[in-house]
Every structure is written in structure tokens, then in C-alpha cells.
Design a protein around this ligand. Sequence first.
Ligand code: GLU
Length: 448
Amino acid sequence: MIKNNYMNRVYQELQTKFGHQTEYLQAIQEFFSAIEPIVDSHPEYESKAILERLVTPERIISFRVPWLDDNGQVHINHGFRVQHSSLLGPYKGGLRFDPSVNESVLKFLAFEQTFKNSLTNLPIGGGKGGADFNPRGKSDNEIMRFCQSFMTELSKYISEKQDVPAGDIGVGHREIGYMLGQYKRLKGVELGPLTGKPVSANGSLARTEATGYGVVYFANEVLKEDQETLKGKKIIISGAGNVAFYAAQKAQQLGGQVIAMSNITGSIYDSEGIDLKIIAEINATNEQNFANYVIKYPHAIFSKESVWSRSIKADIALPCATQNEINGEQAQNIIQNGIRYLIEGANMPSNTDATAIYNQTNDFTWAPGKAANAGGVAVSALEMTQNAMRLKWSFEEVDQELEKIMNKIFLQCKAACQTYHLGNNYAAGADIYAFKNIVELMNIHGII
Ligand code: GLU
């Protein structure tokens, strides 16, 4: 419950205007409850409309994306780019192609991205975009036509100096490649109007691995606080994309035992440890059916249930799928399963009931996506640096830099927790650190 009058008024006004934008309101509510002590001690924020400026994107671009399927049928999707904040630099954040995409989801993601990017201490503003297009089951030509049509419109609003999108759910190397090609046809050659490019197309080494590796580097720091390590810890990971896969790979490299993973088809529990080779093989098929894991490992148990609803004893949870994948009941189940650490690889994977339960549970530590998954966008910024320098760094150089950035983000969250007596509430620590950064920049820039 927020008590501050100014915060309540701003939130209520948003509710009246955007009552149907549930994800956007959820992200703001969580953020507001974390920063309340700061706002309490700065009554001047109200006359400067700090909060109103903070929650309102600088610009929302919304456009029609017509495309032709292989049978000659025309389809229309809705494309967006939310340019939330340029205070720190060019707008930066991924593009998501998924049927769940709408203005609310992208406004929440762009809002979160602004603070995530500020936590990296790199010169990148916050943005997010995408379309309600489902790439699943589409042919390669259909994907190319969709990407070309999407970029025909988006190219009017982006450039390496202005706004630099990257991938997200449903947007990988293939999609980035087609969008890059179309961008060059329309606007001329630029090395970096997008990041997350294939390495052969001036992408950065270790960008594909970065988000997942970063999540585990962050988890490692959280564990260190309790004089613990990943060695021998049982880990559950959700999500079908790069974040989950490379989080699993890094966790295994550091001695953790990944015993369960999941995707949209269901979840697999392998008490002897997941074989990532089989997961990679399954991911490369059209159906991506996790049930096929048991063909190779009959002792493993597949279930159509969410991995967060199953009864699997473990130490660490890494939700790396999507927003609100964990509800209150599943949060209870996670705690009953003995899990003591939950490090978010996805953006806002825990709903409000779930985070309330985490915060009430003793001997339980969680870290929010905006801190723990910042490794992806951080390496995107390193990709921009390499493009600007006309240089290519080795995998090891980028990976080492990533680890340093994740350590620093952790230390910033911890320092905010200490200053504001928040214990191990890293979610509040991350929000407070990022908020203070952004407010300082707002003051520097004047009323814009
Ligand atoms: N989509 C990723 C994120 O949520 C990466 C964004 C980027 O690399 O610009 O942070």
C-alpha cells in the first residue's frame, strides 16, 4: 500500500486513463512502492512533476504492418516502438514478435528498460518495440516479408544515433538480419542501427549468451553474500529462448545442477541433470516438443504443467520465460519446494502476488529482472561500442566485461539496500539506485 499522497494521485490518474493497460500499471505500482521513501523525503518532486515525467514515454509510434503469406493472403499486424527515455542516450531495447504484444506490454517493457539500462552505467536510453506477430510455424519467406514490412515503417524512427533496437522474444539472428538488410536499402549503410546482429554481420561475440550468462553471474554474487556458491546447487529454469539456454549452460559450467527446464510445450525434470545437447536438438525442431527429451532419457519426467506448479525440490529458480509466468500459488509452491533463491532472467516474470510472497518469506532472496537480466542489453551497448570503434573484441574480452558489469550492478543494488535499510530486498535496491540516477539526469536536462 502506497501512503504518499503525490504518488497515489499520479497512480490513480494513470488508472483512470490507462485502466486496461494492466502490465504497464503493474510495473509502475511495483516501482512506486520501492521508491516511496525517496519521494517522501523530496516534496519538491511534485511541483517538478518528476513522477508524471518518469512514467510517460517520450514517444509512442504505432503502425500497420501488412504482409503477404505464401498462399497470397494479406495479413495485417500491429507494430510499435515505445521510446521511453533518451536521458541516458539513444533509445535502446529489444523488439518482441509475439501474439501477446500490445501497447500495455511494450509500455511496461520500455519503462523497465529505462531503469535496467541505467543500472548498466552505459550510455543507453530506454525503449522497446515489436508486433503482435507470431513467428511460430511461419516459413522463412513469410518471416522475411514480415520483417521487411515492419522495418519499412520503423526505419523512419531509428538510426545508430537515435534509437537502436535489438532482439527479444520471437526476434533472433534471422529476424535481425532481414531487418538490417531492409534498413540499409531504405536509409543507406550504417554498421549499427540494430544490435544482436549475427557475428558475421558485425554483431558482437558473446551477445547471444550475454543475458543468460549475466543472470548466472548475478546469481553468483547473490549467493556469495551468504557464503554460498553454485556448486552442487539444484536449479530450475523456465523459458525456451537464449536466456534460459545460456543460463543453464553457465550454471552447469559453474558446477550447478540444472534439474528442470520448460518451454511452451511443457516441462522436463531430469534428476540426473538436464542434457543441454538434447535441449538444443529439440529447440532446432519446428515443434520444440520437450516431451521428446524422454526418448533419450526415459528416467526423466515430462509434464504439460508449468515447471513452477510441479513438485520438484531444488535450491535456485531462474524464471527466464516471460512476464507474469509465476503467480501467487506458484510462488508458494516454489518456496515449499525448498527454493531459497529466485533470480529473474525474464522481465517481470513474477506477478504482484508472487513478489508479495517472496518479500514476506524469511530466508528467501530474489533479484528482479531489471538488474539480473541486464547483461543482454549491456553487451548490446558493447556491440555499439565495437561498431563505433570499427573493432571486434574476442569472446573472452566481452564475457569478462559482462561479468564486471553484472558484479557492479549487484554492488549498486546492495549499496542501495544498505543505505535504505532494505536487508536483501534487491528489487527495491535496484529501483532506488536507478530512480536516483534518472532523477539526477532529469534535473540536468531541465523540463523536457
Ligand atoms: N530484449 C533485451 C532486454 O530485455 C535486450 C535489449 C537490447 O539488447 O537492446 O533487455
